[in-house]
Design a protein around this ligand. Structure first.
Ligand SMILES: [Zn+2]
Length: 404
């Protein structure tokens, strides 16, 4: 057999073993052999190499009821690698350092309005966010194995190019290479909804689920798609532009140039625009002045401002219609709703569930669970870090399907 093939097989075996340890947190060598279909001899050889490299370690666990007998389990060494994730949003940016187990070691969140600032400003800002998160974690740049960046918009993961983003006029900007050259650390860039989806697949609600969808409600509406355990990116990584699905054919003009997109009704951009009009016509009397922010609109609606409640009810209805299209097409096992929009709560999600029930083929709906986990803004940066972690686990051969 040519040595290239042997290298490939070795890499696949290593990946499968590492991944089975990650999925179970701690596992015996014989369980790994059962999970991966590899011989016990092969598992013993490869895990010995991994112990030597400091990737995993042995831990003795006493077996209950059998005094004196210990089982030797293998676990990931969380300190085997550290990665940095960075997420940019319209008015906020965050970064996080995560360890090999996906646990967050530090987080940094800053309010910054990126609109109209240009890509040079953004690249410098990302530099600072990376340094701040690394400092906060008590680490140095040489401890960092990779950098992941999540940005809203149309991103080509392969070339590292951001073709279009709602937060800056970029054209085709090689943002990944700028950051990679600056730090000399392997860097990845991906659409933010996709990074969040990978985080759910590896460390969250998507663990062990082969077909699921993540919907992110932020400034716009994003979507990540996992089919048969793999992220679906489309031809050039543009798949999942949920925010630009038409829901009101003659509706408002969207940033994409078309009318009636979901993003004109759901998300920070839509909520702020509609709230601004209500404030201008006196239908909503604000308690503060200055630019209207997403949090302010959500909080005022939750405090009972009727005009604002109607915005979220209409948004929930349109989101439900959009989700019924998603469920009818993809037949997912789970839909996970994420992003700051989660904070709107029942005023948006009750009408959403009603619309889903009304418009989805019931046999399909019965198979789909819609979950809305608690949301923290740092989940975004953790998502960007997961983008690097899954590449680290995968070795150079990225065609292997995760075992989870
Ligand atoms: Zn649009």
């Amino acid at each position: 057999m040519p040595s290239a093939n042997l290298d490939l097989i070795r890499a696949i075996n290593q990946f499968n073993i590492l991944n089975s340890i990650r999925a179970r947190k701690s596992v015996s060598r014989s369980e790994i052999a059962d999970m991966t279909g590899q011989s016990r001899a092969s598992v013993t050889t490869i895990t010995a190499q991994m112990i030597d490299k400091g990737l995993i370690f042995e831990k003795n666990v006493e077996v209950t009821g059998e005094r004196g007998r210990n089982r030797v389990l293998l676990a990931l060494n969380p300190d085997a690698a550290f990665v940095v994730g960075v997420k940019l949003a319209a008015a906020k940016a965050s970064s996080a350092v995560c360890d090999m187990q996906g646990e967050t070691r530090s987080t940094v969140i800053r309010n910054e309005n990126f609109m109209g600032k240009g890509v040079d400003f953004i690249a410098r800002y990302i530099d600072e966010l990376i340094m701040a998160a690394v400092d906060e974690a008590g680490l140095k740049l040489e401890n960092i194995s990779g950098i992941g960046i999540g940005v809203p918009g149309v991103v080509d993961f392969q070339t590292g190019t951001c073709h279009w983003s709602p937060i800056y006029d970029a054209g085709s900007v090689p943002l990944r290479d700028r950051i990679q050259n600056r730090f000399n650390i392997k860097t990845y860039i991906e659409n933010d909804a996709n990074t969040l989806t990978l985080a759910h697949q590896w460390f969250g609600e998507g663990r062990g689920v082969d077909n699921f969808i993540v919907i992110s409600i932020e400034y716009g509406v994003g979507m990540g798609i996992i089919t048969n355990g793999q992220l679906y990116r489309g031809v050039r990584g543009f798949a999942g532009e949920m925010g630009h699905v038409p829901v009101t054919p003659d509706g408002e003009l969207c940033v994409c140039g078309k009318r009636g997109c979901l993003a004109t009704v759901v998300g920070g951009m839509a909520f702020i625009n509609k709230a601004k009009r209500l404030a201008e016509t006196g239908l909503w009397v604000r308690k503060s002045s200055g630019d209207i922010e997403f949090e302010e609109v959500i909080n005022a609606a939750k405090e009972g401002e009727n005009a604002l409640i109607e915005i979220f009810q209409a948004a929930g209805h349109c989101l439900g219609v959009g989700l019924s299209v998603v469920i009818n097409i993809f037949n997912p096992e789970k839909i996970i709703i994420s992003g700051q929009g989660v904070e709107a709560g029942d005023i948006m999600f009750t009408p959403m569930r009603e619309a889903v029930n009304r418009h989805t083929f019931s046999d399909l709906l019965a198979l789909t669970k819609i979950v809305i986990p608690e949301w923290q803004h740092t989940d975004w940066a953790k998502g960007a870090a997961s983008l690097v972690l899954q590449e680290l686990y995968k070795s150079p051969f990225n065609t292997i399907r995760p075992l989870i």
